[in-house]
Design a protein around this ligand. Structure first.
Ligand code: PHE
Length: 357
């Protein structure tokens, strides 16, 4: 091999070892092996030689080409290694940082509020049960001591379904109370349940939606009395609003399925047009309750001389609006994603009793 080729090879091998950066090394590669590089140029001259000479010169050229390429590859690997070390040295990875939760979707304030209610009553030993949205007249009204001509039927603005072959018209349940009946029919006391779920009334304005949510409660046992009802609901109101000394008042009222019946109010202030829960000397109605009417127990085959109980029912939207400062009931069901991003809860950040509210 000619001294000239040997010198070229040495020059490029040395230049690659001397390259301090990957881009400097790339320059060396282009000068040697690129389209217009020294070796490539020489390859092109082979065509002018005769066969013998071309073969010998070709072999020599290919060999130094490979040697130069190998030198460049080796240097490249070394430089990449140095670069990686440098990056690792100043880009510390803190493996103790918790992974970021995937922030997709929001929990609807209704679901969130139901979860919180279920958690509070769960702590008190209640089980959550559900019932059908389409009810029959018996469970929605009659068994609850609301006979056919009772005015409460009109007040409920019931949605009726078309009559069946037997002429019976099913209804969209107007409250969660029919699940009281279903539970008492299906299980023996002691009973201690809550029933979150959808309810329906033909009513639609700023404070009424044709579909809304309620949470029902029912306790039936031999020794259950009104003190239990009061204690449970006072504790619940204080827990859900997070106000330890929240004033809770019981005001006599009427429901056909409870006797005596009461409306529960919580203390608030409306000073300056601003509603503040727990402060001031005003009252805000929050739920209905009472001792289960003996007729209701008997309608479900429960001996009312042996057992008694209490029941309560409340609107979930109302509690969500008060707790989370949501001014308009209709917005709950408009499916506006901007609203949901504002009022909704990021799954892993949502307050819950399990993680501490
Ligand atoms: N069902 C009643 C309503 O919808 C609420 C209620 C439930 C009252 C249980 C007393 C006991 O208004």
């Amino acid at each position: 091999m000619s001294d000239e080729l040997e010198a070229i090879k040495t020059k490029f091998v040395e230049a690659s070892s001397a390259a301090e950066t990957l881009s400097a090394l790339e320059q060396v590669r282009v000068q040697a092996l690129g389209k217009k590089g020294a070796i490539t140029q020489r390859m092109k001259t082979l065509g002018g030689l005769d066969a013998e000479a071309r073969k010998a010169a070709g072999q020599d050229l290919n060999r130094i080409k490979d040697e130069i390429a190998a030198a460049i590859e080796a240097r490249k690997a070394a430089l990449e290694e140095v670069e990686l070390e440098a990056r690792l040295a100043h880009e510390g990875v803190d493996v103790s940082l918790p992974a970021r939760p995937a922030d997709i979707g929001r929990i609807h304030p209704i679901s969130q509020t139901v979860d919180e209610m279920v958690a509070i009553f769960g702590e008190m030993g209640f089980s959550a049960v559900e019932g059908p949205h389409i009810e029959d007249d018996f469970h929605n009204f009659t068994a609850l001591n609301i006979p056919p001509e009772h005015p409460a039927r009109q007040e409920h603005d019931t949605f009726y379904l078309p009559g069946g072959p037997d002429g019976e018209r099913k209804v969209l349940r107007t409250h969660t109370s029919p699940v009281q009946i279903r539970t008492m029919q299906a299980t023996e006391p002691p009973i201690r349940i809550i029933v979150p779920g959808r309810t329906f009334r033909a009513d639609s304005d700023a404070t009424h939606s044709p579909m809304f949510h309620q949470l029902e409660g029912l306790v039936v046992d031999e020794t259950t009395h009104m003190g239990h009802l009061k204690g449970t609901l006072v504790e619940f109101c204080r827990a859900i609003f997070g106000v330890e000394d929240l004033p809770v008042g019981f005001r006599p009222s009427y429901f056909p399925f409870t006797e005596p019946s009461a409306e529960v109010d919580i203390g608030c202030s409306r000073a300056g047009g601003q509603l503040k829960i727990g402060a001031g000397d005003d009252w805000l109605e929050i739920l209905g309750c009472g001792m289960v009417h003996p007729k209701v127990l008997e309608n479900c085959g429960i001996d009312s001389t042996r057992y008694q109980g209490y029941a309560f029912g409340m609107g979930v939207e109302r509690i969500a609006m008060l707790k989370y400062g949501i001014p308009d009931l209709r917005t709950f069901f408009e499916s506006d994603l901007r609203w949901l991003r504002h009022y909704g809860f990021v799954p892993l950040e949502a307050p819950s009793l399990v993680r501490g509210l």
